[in-house]
Design a protein around this ligand. Structure first.
Ligand code: SF4
Length: 190
């Protein structure tokens, strides 16, 4: 593979504004039931007894997640028609609509909830990394829209060299399941 695209998510910068979600829905013409990018709200902790009083370790944060164009994409493995495919040139996982029968196996398989049924078309749909915009030299719309620069993208080797290799955080499935091309800078509560 020439390169592998991935996302870098700086959770501590994410304000939960959902601008990325709305921009993605607008760009892809998504109906009410579909969001290729979603902002997860994670919270936990509490007031724990300590000595004569209590310690407050409450935390809450938001994290924007989409398809992670995984190295071990179980959606591709479980697609019965080979409609779900991974591009050789950049590792983008996409739906080939000439082959998709809308069976939903990819949606059932993906631990990130990335593939979603386009009810009108009777076919599956998902984040395609805005390959049409990238072909024109533009950034994916989620990256371009985030007002706090919480989402970046690029060759995953370069992202990992710059930001580290963490792809696990509270609220996400273990990265060992599909080997996502994702780097997370977690919030301190993650
Ligand atoms: Fe497939 Fe889900 Fe990984 Fe995307 S996040 S490549 S849909 S397994």
């Amino acid at each position: 593979m020439a390169k592998q695209l991935g996302f870098y998510i700086e959770s501590a910068m994410c304000s939960g504004c959902n601008a990325c979600v709305v921009a993605c829905k607008d760009k892809n013409g998504l109906d009410d039931g579909r969001s290729f990018r979603r902002v997860h709200e994670v919270h936990g902790g509490g007031f724990a007894p300590s000595g004569q009083g209590y310690i407050n370790n409450v935390f809450a944060y938001t994290m924007s997640i989409s398809c992670n164009h995984c190295d071990d994409p179980i959606c591709v493995k479980n697609c019965p028609t080979t409609a779900m495919a991974k591009r050789a040139e950049d590792g983008v996982v996409f739906v080939d609509r000439t082959k998709c029968i809308g069976c939903g196996y990819c949606a059932w398989s993906c631990p990130y909830g990335a593939p979603q049924l386009d009810k009108a078309a009777g076919q599956m749909s998902k984040c395609d990394f805005c390959i049409d915009l990238q072909a024109k030299g533009d950034d994916p719309v989620c990256v371009a829209t985030c007002p706090l620069n919480a989402i970046k993208y690029g060759d995953i080797t370069e992202l990992r060299a710059k930001y580290g290799t963490l792809a696990d955080a509270k609220g996400l499935p273990p990265s060992s399941m599909t080997k996502p091309n994702l780097v997370i800078k977690p919030h301190t509560g993650a």
